[in-house]
Design a protein around this ligand. Structure first.
Ligand SMILES: [Zn+2]
Length: 133
């Protein structure tokens, strides 16, 4: 007779959580459970699920973007407070914004050049490109 705790005998063995690595006992109804019940781990589970979903589903991506945008429009104070509380986020955003601005400026300069070129005035092309670059 096998004693309790012998391998293969228990239906649900403890396993390490995929997020926090702490051992937990999976729910008997969810044999594939990979995350423990801690809130942060459940959030992580959802995050990974969404990431996976986003990768394979363009409609889902578009829906989500739309939902986020409209949520942000309805809660501008949330983002104001968030930015106040997270200076590093602000810093990163500023950097990104600058990169975007530079790219846009580059594109505009190019667009100017193309427009001027289409007008056939080659001298103006050089004037348009130099100051911005
Ligand atoms: Zn966990």
């Amino acid at each position: 007779m096998l004693g309790s705790g012998s391998l293969g005998d228990e239906p649900m063995q403890k396993r390490p959580c995929a997020a926090c690595r702490k051992k937990f006992t999976p729910n008997a109804r969810v044999p594939e459970q990979r995350f423990c019940q801690e809130k942060p781990c459940q959030r992580e589970r959802r995050r990974r699920w969404q990431k996976n979903k986003r990768r394979g589903d363009a409609d889902y991506r578009e829906n989500e973007r739309r939902a986020q945008r409209s949520w942000g429009e309805r809660h501008p104070e949330y983002w104001q407070a968030y930015r106040r509380k997270h200076p590093e986020y602000r810093q990163r955003n500023r950097l990104r914004q600058r990169q975007r601005d530079e790219r846009r400026r580059g594109a505009r300069t190019l667009a100017n050049a193309v427009r001027v070129l289409a007008n056939g005035d080659v001298w103006k092309v050089q004037i348009a490109v130099l100051p911005g670059s």
